[in-house]
Design a binder for this molecule. Sequence first.
Ligand SMILES: [Ca+2]
Length: 258
Amino acid sequence: MKKLSIFLLMLFITSASVNAEALTGGVSTVGLGNKVVDANTNKPIPNAQITLPKIQFSTKSDENGNFNLNANFNGETIMSVEKEGYKPFSLTINEQIAAKPMLLGIQKSEGKEVVIETEMLHLGDNNFSAGSANSSQFTLKAIGPFYTKAFKMSANTIGLKNFLVIGSIIGIDTAMARSMKQNSIRNAFSSPPEVYFNGTKIAEIHLNGDNQKIPLPNKLIRADQINEITIQTGKNLTQRAYVDYDDIEIMNLSIQTE
Ligand SMILES: [Ca+2]
């Protein structure tokens, strides 16, 4: 057993030095060669914070916008990029995506969006199947079946188009998510998460993905007053013995006005 561990250790050291050589030679290897740029100008963005909340990995881009993901994770995970003056950005990645160089274009904030939440949220009950979409992802304790946030909207938003933008959402186990092969559960599926704006249901979310934009009906906006967004997760429709909420994770909520 000891011999085996020493052998494995040697193997590890050997492969690590191969990677190091590739790096100094300027060749991209696993997790290397990623860059953050301004989506409009393509100019590199230094000092952006790149985070994988699942495994509490965090790094910053260098003066040329470059960063490495020296992180181990399995399955899909949410990666977020934060930089002052820019819109919060997140992306669902997996090992295959992370193995290739990633070019991330982030957009300058125009002051037209209201950031509602930048922390990763886990809705549900921490009871989920191993085949669930992104089940290996769940490390945060569930805050319960719903999330609510109050925020102010100015009077001029009524004449414009307004959206709730969900940066990333994973773990949804609806029939549609199953048919799109977003999970590997064979015998169960859940109702979709529902979105409420000032008490009225405005959307159902059937699929996992990034940057989902949900229109906010203008007639529901309370101008210059407190407005409220609620996201309620679905229920497992094949479990009748008890209530099993669909465990999902959400990152980066904002209201955008166009
Ligand atoms: Ca559950």
